[in-house]
Design a protein around this ligand. Structure first.
Ligand code: SAM
Length: 311
């Protein structure tokens, strides 16, 4: 099936799993000090206030600061996309594995485990993160919460690809603001692990902008559209934009159906592009050709291997 790349469209998450499978953990409004705190915080059924406190998203007295409110909104929005994908895989094969790359403090992993995995007796979550202190902290928190099917690995995404601590197949790959080229590595990981779904919210990527800059004089002499990245600020932004276009083509070339939408409104984050990719069949030759052509046109030939083209 053909892929789809449309920045203007708004995609709604598929409907959530039946409430039958997700007993509500949020107490009724009257039971929460200060009344309907859960509602005010925009928490979903099954979302534990205690976990949000343990993650320091909520203060001990249940308050949210501006940064935490934004983070909670982002992650909650993302969960609405991911949970139906997990349920779909679980229904099809009776088990599901998820790897979260550039996990940081693992807000996403913990909130997913709390809302989805802890309600079920199967499924494994792997958090991949280079900063060992964050990995150690997450390990301790998972143990404290009894989240036994969460694993944290002090590895780069590239190292995770060959690590024996991860299974040969991972069903769902997520990467939320994984720095720079870590999103590209997460895509390579997903392809190698035959992921059924990838949910990516890229961070700024500097690599493409660097190569655009390097060949700017040649591009300006050859292609009037290179005016789009004549100035450094435009180069950075165009570099980020074209990187995501190239990522989508790479995914389509490998048989994924791709949708691009917003994670949350621009007022919440400058990095809110959400790329959803679902394995849909054979790779698309036309996407591969297009990828090659775009790289040639922009003098980005040296990045062909980065986007999965063998040169
Ligand atoms: C901006 S933080 C995002 C953390 C988390 N995903 C979130 O949204 O809260 C990016 C994280 O990715 C980690 N990171 C950067 N490059 C990485 C790589 N190549 N492999 C694994 N982790 C990486 C950083 O250490 C950092 O914790």
């Amino acid at each position: 099936m053909g892929g789809h790349y449309d920045q203007a469209m708004t995609v709604r998450p598929a409907s959530n799993p039946s409430p039958r499978t997700r007993p509500a953990k949020v107490p009724p409004a009257a039971a929460v000090a200060g009344a309907s705190v859960a509602e005010q915080l925009g928490l979903a059924p099954g979302q534990s206030i205690e976990l949000l406190k343990a993650l320091h998203i909520l203060t001990r007295d249940g308050k949210l600061n501006q940064d935490s409110r934004r983070k909670l909104k982002q992650v909650n929005h993302l969960l609405q996309f991911i949970e139906p994908l997990l349920q779909q895989v679980l229904d099809a094969q009776g088990n599901v594995t998820l790897a979260d790359h550039g996990a940081g403090k693992s807000y996403l992993g913990f909130m997913l485990y709390d809302r989805f995995f802890s309600q079920r007796s199967v499924g494994q979550v792997y958090g991949v993160e280079t900063r060992t202190e964050l990995v150690e902290r997450s390990r301790q928190l998972a143990q404290q919460l009894g989240f036994a099917r969460m694993h944290f690995l002090p590895l780069s995404v590239q190292e995770a690809m060959i690590s024996t601590e991860l299974p040969a197949q991972i069903d769902v790959v997520t990467a939320l603001h994984a720095c720079d080229t870590a999103t590209d590595d997460a895509i390579a990981f997903g392809l190698a692990k035959q992921a059924k779904h990838m949910v990516l919210v890229p961070c700024c990527q500097a690599e493409v902008a660097g190569v655009l800059r390097k060949h700017k004089a040649l591009s300006l002499s050859r292609n009037p559209l290179s005016e789009i990245w004549r100035h450094p600020l435009h180069t950075r932004e165009f570099g980020s934009q074209i990187t995501n276009v190239l990522r989508c083509l790479q995914l389509e070339a490998h048989g994924y159906q791709v949708t691009v939408t917003e994670l949350v409104g621009w007022e919440h984050s400058m990095k809110n592009e959400l790329i959803l990719a679902t394995q849909a069949g054979n790779g698309k030759h036309s996407a591969r050709e297009r990828l090659n052509q775009v790289l040639d046109e922009l003098n980005l030939q040296e990045l062909k291997a980065r986007f999965g083209l063998h040169v």
